[in-house]
Design a protein around this ligand. Structure first.
Ligand code: BGC
Length: 742
């Protein structure tokens, strides 16, 4: 099988068949001490049982050591398959906030809910990339840039684990499309792997993530990939926690790991059976036998058990952890105590929904609304699913307001506020009459509803999800970047009769808006993404100006799908589908910049109801002549000297308009041409609240790692020689201040 990972790395890894846990962090120290003393009390079967789940997401108890077992549950946006829990905004939306505080708070709130249900391990966050714009599960993650994805991962994990819940960084690594996900090989070179795809996992390890879930095939089974599991994760990143495999529950049992995956660094197999319903496991008694036959050393089993116990101790789960009080497979079972874990999370969800809404077009001050007399609301996405928001299995349908995509990355809605209800309620304060037409295909009704109204809102969608389900002909990945349900025709019809047409988009990723975006009757475009249960309320906060828009695009909206560097590989292979990541470092805006393609809306773009000016850039500090990072070795990519701040970027933001709000400044660096890097690379952002007429000084820091590229020959991080440019601005193309690192 092909696997183009650097031969240098592969050679180094050959010396590392097993990377036993080596503690190098104070946080893990105490956990390891406890785990090791507990280990001494276990026999081989006990140790193996720690590594094997026989029912979906459960590790059995070991009474001898008061180990109460482990409950593992999806998803990255809320507790799946239960009731009285919240449906948070998706990862792609929290990314659009560009706001670390909100990312952290969402993690904290999710952690509280998982803990409240007795879940030990939350199967999230998900940090795979929107490499191809139609990628089915990209909405679960943080978009098309490694820096933003890394910050999203770090804050989410820190938040979740602050509540004593173990987080799982998934899916390790190079899992960026659904088509053939069980039988494809993502072929990624060493520099690309380090500079793009590994980065969020590095930030996860820096956040002390307890567990990592491997992805699918990367030249060899990802769960048996010595180079990535042992080499990158456990050696180079010095990951201390437990590595569990991705679930292989979709009948594709050939993708299941083998018993000897243990030798390649896999620590836990889930859900435990070899194929759905089988009573045999690759681990379990098979692993006991493998140890007895000598094909897996018992020291490896000790290491697996230590890592799993250490995660349990690290999060303090040995004391006072709530027992599981729901049954994900049977909500009516007597196990389900219907514990309400929602707390006051609705208001956070509403805030994140608003803060992640990206205002893309606003002509003639169409927004915020100013007491319109009449509003027309058009489109199925404005209303409810008549059968309820949870009626479709794993949310695999696009009926009514779209608050999340489909698949394992979902959760039940406790309720779902529709735009129609929210606008109707809010408009009663102004005495506004609201008219609606929710049939996407009834263009005459749409025109009737829009005609003669002060403002007409058209709601359109695009959906995607896990490849296990096909929805409206889309087998996980989207077939194209068009709005679903002939959304373009709906917008064009409404705009033909109303010169104040505002389009609201609920979508998993970019859609092409060229058919109508330049139509002068389309005065507004509001990108609402996947906002979760408070969808309608978040939206009215933007529409009526209760929240001044500050969301920014976490991906580029191109004029055509062909403008993007990478596409879903839809070939039907004989055997393994090869997916060459041949665009290299040039994904998303990096490609648009490099190839000089004008996007419709660039990465990082979003409007506000006020205006901001940027001034007084000061770049201090230096990396010129910096010694290269440590040579490839245990923990080398996490070496503190690499990550200490060395360059300081300060500038001033002033709110030059009349409305208070957040500005979202972004810092991009430009490495010397000799480094063959993208023209602009995101390395800093903030979300800064400023009152009208006031100024705020903003500081950002850059480390040697931030300014380095991965040298595939020397196998270390090195600052390229030459001048490094610094750009601060309001998007990846709206450069307001420029300087250089001295
Ligand atoms: C998915 C994971 C998920 C797991 C458990 C796998 O197929 O890829 O994201 O956490 O199933 O449902």
């Amino acid at each position: 099988m092909k696997f183009s990972y650097s031969s240098v790395v592969t050679a180094a890894i050959a010396l590392l068949p097993v990377v036993s846990a080596q503690v190098n962090s104070s946080e893990w120290n105490a956990a390891y001490a406890k785990a090791k003393s507990t280990l001494a009390l276990l026999n081989l079967s006990d140790k193996v049982s720690l590594a094997t789940g026989y029912c979906t997401g459960n590790i059995p108890t070991i009474p001898a050591i008061n180990f109460t077992g482990l409950c593992l549950e999806d998803s990255a946006l809320g507790v799946k398959d239960t009731d009285y829990s919240s449906a948070f905004p998706a990862g792609i939306n929290v990314a659009a906030t560009f706001n670390r505080t909100l990312m952290r708070q969402r993690g904290v709130a999710m952690g509280q809910e998982f803990r409240g249900k007795g879940v030990n391990i939350q199967l999230g966050p998900m940090m795979n990339f929107m490499r191809a714009p139609a990628s089915g599960r990209a909405w679960e993650g943080f978009g098309g840039d490694p820096y933003l994805s890394g910050e999203g991962a770090f804050e989410t994990i820190t938040g979740i684990q602050s509540q004593g819940v173990q987080a799982v960084a998934k899916h390790f690594i190079d899992y960026e499309q659904e088509h053939s996900r069980m039988s494809s090989s993502s072929n990624v070179d060493d520099r690309l792997q380090h500079e793009i795809y590994l980065h969020p996992f590095l930030r996860s390890v820096q956040a002390n993530v307890a567990a990592v879930m491997c992805s699918y095939i990367n030249g060899t089974y990802a769960c048996e990939n010595n180079a990535t599991l042992n080499g990158l994760l456990k050696y180079e990143l010095a990951f201390q926690g437990c590595k569990l495999n991705g679930w292989f529950r979709y009948d594709d049992w050939t993708a299941t790991p083998s018993t000897t995956s243990a030798n390649d660094g896999l620590d836990m197999t889930m859900p435990g059976d070899i194929f759905p319903g089988s009573i045999v496991s690759w681990f379990g008694e098979s692993l006991v036998l493998a140890v007895q036959l000598g094909t897996v050393p018992e020291s490896r089993v000790d290491d697996m058990a230590t890592r799993i116990l250490a995660g349990w101790y690290l999060l303090g789960q040995e004391q006072g952890y709530p027992p599981v009080n729901f049954d994900s497979k049977d909500p009516l079972s007597s196990v389900n105590q219907h514990v309400n874990v929602q707390g006051d999370h609705a208001s956070l969800i509403r805030t994140i929904g608003a803060a992640s809404t990206v205002l893309l077009k606003n002509e003639n001050n169409a927004l915020p609304l100013n007491k319109p007399k009449t509003i027309g609301i058009i489109g199925n996405d404005a209303g409810p699913n008549p059968l309820g928001p949870n009626i479709c299995i794993a949310k695999g349908c696009d009926i009514g307001i779209l608050g999340m995509g489909w698949g394992s990355g979902t959760a039940n809605y406790p309720y779902l506020i529709t735009p129609l209800d929210a606008i109707t309620n809010r408009s009663s304060l102004d005495g506004t009459q609201v008219y609606s037409s929710l049939d996407d295909f009834d263009l005459d009704a749409a025109a009737d509803t829009a005609s003669g109204k002060d403002v007409a809102f058209v709601f359109i969608t695009a959906d995607s999800g896990e490849g296990s389900l096909t929805v409206e002909g889309n087998a996980g990945d989207r077939n194209n970047l068009q709005a679903w349900h002939s959304g373009d025709a709906l917008v064009e019809k409404v705009a033909s009769v109303n010169n104040n047409t505002i389009v609201v988009v609920n979508t998993v990723g970019p859609i092409v808006v060229e058919a109508w975006i330049d139509n002068p009757n389309v005065t507004g475009l509001v990108w609402s993404g996947l906002p979760g249960e408070e969808a309608g309320n978040s939206l009215i906060d933007i529409l009526y100006g209760a929240y001044n828009p500050s969301g920014r695009l976490p991906y580029t909206i191109g004029k055509s799908i062909d403008d993007y560097a990478a596409q879903i590989n839809t070939s039907i292979p004989i055997g393994i589908l090869e997916i060459p990541y041949s665009e290299g470092l040039f994904i998303d805006y990096r490609h648009f910049d490099e190839a000089n393609i004008t996007p419709r809306y660039e990465y990082g773009f979003g409007l506000s109801y006020t205006t901001f000016s940027y001034s007084d850039l000061i770049v201090s500090g230096s990396v010129s002549g910096a010694a290269p990072g440590p040579s490839y070795g245990f923990g080398s990519s996490l070496d503190p000297s690499l990550h200490a701040p060395v360059v300081f970027v300060n500038f001033t933001l002033t709110n030059t308009g009349n409305i208070a709000g957040h500005e979202t400044p972004q810092l991009y660096i430009s490495l010397p041409a000799s480094s063959q890097s993208p023209p602009y690379i995101l390395k800093g952002f903030d979300s800064v609240f400023i009152n009208p007429g006031e100024s705020r000084e903003v500081s950002m820091e850059l480390s040697q790692y931030d300014l380095s590229i991965w040298n595939v020959v020397t196998q270390r991080w090195e600052v390229p020689s030459g001048t490094i440019g610094v750009t601060v601005g309001a998007s990846s193309r709206d450069h307001r201040l420029t300087g250089v690192i001295g």
